[in-house]
Design a protein around this ligand. Structure first.
Ligand code: IFM
Length: 418
């Protein structure tokens, strides 16, 4: 592997950046925005960080609305990515735009995404396309969404349509984004649509997502044998709190539930592992976060070494690995440059120790709509002024650019000599 074939870039998802989406999430936002704004009174969110965006105490923070208007401004955004030295970009297709009514495919929307991937290609940027990054078309929500095993066939049909249309311009396909984050928050904790709290539903939806991935994998490989197909899987490094022997069991359970259960189930149905890394945990009955002095604006512990520790655990799958997300909310851009630098340091060490890592995508290219937390968390390499839609490149984005320019992955690659 050399620096030319290592993919460097950033990721986004349709609902979080496009604006004007009409799906189960946009409906849920309208119905829940007041409640979320009220609940924010009890949260320890840093209010001063919401300058230039709605405050977490305001209803407008929780309604995705125009978001970043990326649907119409994608060319401008890809010019920025190109200028920042990116040679790859991860985006998602919005199912509710492509199939707004059951079985009715919107050729204009498909044409739009064709333009999007071609705009990337024209800039020498490799598209990594996610087929489902959480929102559902309303008609599918009304049929029971992922809880209904029969609905898997609709996903398969949508995938067939999308891959047939975009296949000539796309090699890398990600069928599902973070399936277990979705099942846990939507069906176990009941905090996201459709707000269920049922272990049975959680298991059922997880099982249907496994089935959906496997079938989609088959369809994509049939249509496009040379494609590369995987999922983007959110995994954490777990360490057992030594204070009690039971914690060893809890660690095993946590790893199975969050990291390896889903991955093992689809092990023969993926060409690569897409790894989204954000956090590590010390496992005791509280699943405490790893103790570090550094936290993000959202209170997440920053633990760069965890990416290395997990990558060494993933070697056993003998598949190429892409870091499909890694990032932090940092409105003042005080920690982002160091965060990226340290994660890449550990990533290189993992490669030197034999992990076959082939790409890194920072989350996110743009500030965007962070689901039930709304607009205030600022993840972007590029800041968005939500009133004017003005884009401003953060200093950390330029540091990431210089890291990309200086990185010589030949020197760290297992075959390149350490
Ligand atoms: O914004 C999300 C993204 O949609 C999925 N992965 C984690 C990110 C930060 O929470």
């Amino acid at each position: 592997m050399n620096n030319e074939s290592f993919y460097w870039g950033a990721a986004t998802s349709s609902h979080q950046v496009e604006g004007n989406n009409h799906n189960d999430w946009s409906e849920w936002e309208k119905a829940n925005a007041d409640r979320l704004a009220n609940d924010a009174q009890k949260r320890q969110w840093p209010r001063h960080l919401s300058e230039g965006s709605p405050s977490p105490l305001e209803r407008s923070n929780y309604v995705s609305g125009r978001a970043c208007e990326h649907y119409t401004r994608f060319s401008e955004d890809f010019d920025i990515a190109k200028n920042l030295g990116h040679n790859a970009h991860r985006l998602s297709l919005e199912w509710s735009r492509i199939e707004p009514e059951e079985g009715v495919f919107n050729e204009e929307a498909i044409g739009h995404y064709r333009e999007v991937v071609q705009a990337l290609r024209a800039r020498g940027i490799e598209p990594f396309v996610t087929l489902w990054h959480w929102p559902l078309p309303l008609w599918l929500r009304d049929k029971g969404g992922w809880k209904n095993a029969d609905n898997v066939r609709y996903f398969v049909r949508y995938v067939e349509k999308a891959v047939s249309a975009l296949g000539p311009d796309v090699t890398f396909w990600i069928t599902l984004n973070e399936p277990l984050v979705y099942t846990k928050i939507s069906y176990l904790e009941g905090r996201w649509p459709p707000q269920e709290k049922s272990y049975i539903s959680y298991l059922r939806v997880s099982r249907n997502l496994i089935k959906a991935h496997k079938k989609a994998f088959g369809v994509i490989k049939r249509l496009q044998p040379a494609s590369q197909v995987g999922i983007a899987h959110n995994m954490s490094f777990f360490e057992a709190d030594k204070s009690h022997v039971i914690n060893g069991f809890l660690k095993w359970f946590g790893e199975w539930r969050k990291n390896f259960g889903f991955l093992n189930a689809i092990a023969d149905y993926q060409d690569f592992i897409g790894f989204n890394y954000y956090s590590s945990y010390v496992v005791n009955l509280n699943f405490d976060k790893v103790k570090t002095e550094q936290t993000t604006d959202m209170g997440w512990a920053i633990y760069p070494k965890g990416i290395y520790l997990m990558l060494t655990r993933l070697k056993k799958y003998r598949k190429p690995i892409y870091i499909t997300e890694n990032g932090l909310a940092d409105a003042k851009d005080e920690k982002r440059a160091q965060f990226i630098d340290e994660h890449i340091f550990w990533l290189k060490k993992a490669i030197a120790d034999g992990a076959d890592v082939r790409g890194y995508f920072y989350w996110s290219l743009l500030d965007n709509f962070e689901w039930s937390d709304g607009f205030w968390p600022r993840f972007g390499l590029v800041a968005i002024d939500y009133l004017t839609q003005e884009r401003s490149i953060r200093p950390s984005a330029l540091i990431y650019k210089s890291i990309i320019e200086k990185a010589d992955m030949r020197r760290v690659g297992p075959e390149g000599g350490k």
